[in-house]
Design a protein around this ligand. Structure first.
Ligand code: ZN
Length: 180
């Protein structure tokens, strides 16, 4: 999905499904695979822009590591500055624990899973299976732009529902910290 934040609702839903998971880890993990897109454009313009971090092996190693580092060091300062969420609570939620690592991994894997149906090529099993052999199921039905539009609209509706459901509570705390 070109609009990376549209992956947010999946991380939120995962944290709701198991309160033991870390919402910050799930959020950062669910954004992390797209970090490679600008890097590929600049450094490897002849290669596909979705590659290492959109593969399971890359997402579960490099991707998870990058997500843990970003969650630990950037999440609390960024979210407290932009949304005014309590810095101490954010720091506490972003301590490096097995739960945080697992949440980062899950977020990245679900990012890849959400990308697959609409992408004309998928490096999910890279480097063992050629990405161009795995065509998203929606692509032959409605093309990349149609599939992308459908999933993007679904995620916007899902995201708006979350916003409306929690509008009356401490909205930003709920959005960025979950129930912790
Ligand atoms: Zn992606």
């Amino acid at each position: 999905m070109p609009v990376t934040p549209l992956h947010y609702p999946v991380g939120f839903a995962l944290s709701e499904s198991s309160r033991r998971l870390s919402l910050p880890g799930l959020i950062v993990g669910s954004f992390i695979p797209d970090l490679e897109v600008p890097i590929m454009w600049i450094l490897f313009p002849s290669l596909p822009d979705h590659l290492v971090l959109h593969s399971l092996v890359g997402a579960l190693t490099l991707g998870a590591l990058a997500a843990v580092i970003l969650t630990r060091f950037l999440y609390a300062p960024a979210i407290s500055t932009v949304f005014g969420v309590d810095r101490e609570r954010l720091n506490e939620a972003c301590r490096v624990t097995p739960t945080l690592v697992l949440s980062c991994m899950l977020g990245a894997v679900f990012h890849i899973a959400l990308d697959i149906p609409m992408h004309p090529y998928n490096p999910v099993l890279w480097p063992w299976v050629n990405p161009f052999e795995i065509v998203g199921v929606l692509v032959p039905l409605m093309g990349f732009s149609g599939a992308n539009l459908l999933l993007s609209v679904t995620m916007v509706v899902f995201g708006m529902t979350i916003l409306i459901l929690y509008m009356n509570e401490n909205l930003w705390e709920r959005i960025w910290l979950g129930d912790s």
